[in-house]
Design a protein. Sequence first.
Length: 135
Amino acid sequence: MSIDVGNYYPFRDGRIDEIENGLTESVWVERQIGRPVVKLLNTIPSKALMAAGRLAGSRDRVALPISGDNTKAKEIVAQLIDRIGFDSVDAGTIAESWRQQPGSPVYCTNPTKEELQLWLKKSTVLHLPPTERRD
Ligand SMILES: NC(=O)c1ccc[n+]([C@@H]2O[C@H](COP(=O)([O-])OP(=O)(O)OC[C@H]3O[C@@H](n4cnc5c(N)ncnc54)[C@H](OP(=O)(O)O)[C@@H]3O)[C@@H](O)[C@H]2O)c1
């Protein structure tokens, strides 16, 4: 299993035409490396990852989206995420992982599980064009 924690920022990474034209970032990654990925951890800044872990059941426990085409792989990483103090939500297939890309409502907003479930559903408008993004 490969895990994709990456994000595409053209001013940092260089322009990638396929993504600029709408290809989901992790689909592009899969094509580059020639195998499927599970996308997670891209939505949480490293400082929050270090500080925001909570015991299961805590009201302020942050939840992370997990996207991918392999259900078993997603279950495994969900267990891993739980062990380091975070809830998770299955965010769908890798083609749907644009819902957790930069510019989406769940990106770097540290949602609870309930908020994450709601905001993923509300992500009906595609993320900002990459060229308009800033950290
Ligand atoms: N930092 C965060 O808070 C955070 C949170 C969520 C997601 N992310 C995403 O995770 C990814 C990595 O972020 P980071 O903060 O870990 O960046 P980073 O500290 O700058 O590390 C980037 C790593 O990628 C390597 N690298 C860069 N260009 C490469 C190339 N052409 N071929 C092979 N290796 C290359 C670098 O190697 P060298 O050291 O040899 O240059 C370095 O080890 C990004 O997509 C970022 O958006 C970051």
